[in-house]
Write a protein that binds this ligand. Structure first.
Ligand SMILES: Cc1cc2nc3c(=O)[nH]c(=O)nc-3n(C[C@H](O)[C@H](O)[C@H](O)COP(=O)(O)O)c2cc1C
Length: 301
């Protein structure tokens, strides 16, 4: 279609021919926009061979280790997304100062269930701090001479300690925080507010295919992946690695929440485009990969 249009332009239309000959930016737009539109078309599910879908679980079958961007000498991507210059940091109480999460591990494991109904009681800021630390908290960081993070150790494991996730909060009821969308800064153990939103619940519901638990939760954890952090070192097996790691993160949330009388439900039933738009990520270099509503348990449940 694009090429036929260009043939027409070259042979039959003097005005367009002139533009194509003399204005390279017009040529770029004529070529590039139709190709972009094509690239974002969604392939019908029935046409996707199962084998193609399973490639994701296996990664590349050959030896990929000499082909990575790290091996090629490309610079490592930053360990975290940049913080907008105007963003106000909101400190969180440090987990070591908190008397939370003292339930025996075995009890938390035995009692854990997916919880989809929550009490009206808000989470405290200390409880939110504890849950964030248990899921993505940083225990130790090594930096180079310029202050760049070269190694980090968190409360969850990550292949090569690449830690490809960011944590966004769709926050409804947490003491001392206005409802809205927030991002966790694990290296500072602080929050930044992305925007206030007094009418978040219907937007959450719309992004989650009408599920009722997320809009009722005190807070919804949405983890995004920034795949290049892991791709840089692990190339074609990065994607499997990232998906596995998301499970580690959410399991910590389940157990930590259980230990403070809160409930969680892991969720993948969300609309990718709507969720990415809701939290304000580009959907290409960073996109939502997993989410989990959290709230205090209803008494006797
Ligand atoms: C990867 C994953 C995705 C899930 N997605 C959803 C979801 O979108 N909605 C939902 O209600 N539950 C979801 N669940 C929760 C499961 O339905 C739940 O774990 C399962 O029913 C077992 O119950 P249990 O967690 O209480 O043991 C998901 C769980 C996992 C691990």
């Amino acid at each position: 279609m694009t090429w036929r249009f260009l043939d027409f332009a070259r042979n039959d239309n003097h005005v367009l021919r002139g533009l194509l000959n003399y204005n390279t930016s017009v040529l770029f737009v004529l070529l590039f926009l139709p190709l972009c539109a094509h690239a974002t078309e969604v392939q019908p599910l029935a046409e996707l061979p199962r084998e193609q879908l399973r490639v994701f679980l296996k990664g590349y079958m050959g030896d990929w280790r000499t082909e990575t961007d790290q091996r090629k000498g490309l610079p490592a991507p930053p360990a975290a997304q940049p913080v907008p210059t105007h963003a106000k940091r909101m400190a969180l109480p440090h987990p070591e100062t908190l008397d939370l999460g003292t339930m025996p591990l075995k009890d938390a494991i035995v009692r854990r269930r997916s919880v989809r109904a929550y009490a009206a009681e808000p989470l405290t800021r200390a409880e939110l701090s504890f849950l964030l630390w248990c899921t993505q908290g940083v225990a130790k960081v090594d930096r180079d001479a310029e202050g760049r993070i070269v190694n980090q150790y968190r409360t969850v494991p990550s292949g090569g300690a690449r830690h490809p996730f960011e944590t966004y909060l769709l926050l409804n009821r947490v003491e001392g925080l206005v409802p809205g969308i927030y991002r966790y800064l694990p290296h500072e153990h602080a929050l930044i507010q992305i925007r206030e939103d007094a009418a978040l619940a219907p937007r959450i519901k719309a992004a989650c295919y009408g599920q009722t638990a997320p809009p009722q939760a005190a807070v919804v954890f949405v983890w995004t992946a920034v795949p290049y952090r892991t791709e840089w070192r692990y190339g074609p097996i990065a994607h499997r690695m990232i998906a596995i790691e998301a499970g580690h993160v959410c399991q910590n949330l389940y157990l930590a929440a259980e230990s403070i009388g809160a409930g969680v439900c892991a969720m993948l039933a969300y609309n990718q485009v709507k969720m990415d738009a809701l939290i304000g990520v580009d959907g290409k270099e960073e996109f939502a990969i997993y989410m989990a509503p959290v709230g205090k348990k209803v008494a006797n449940e």
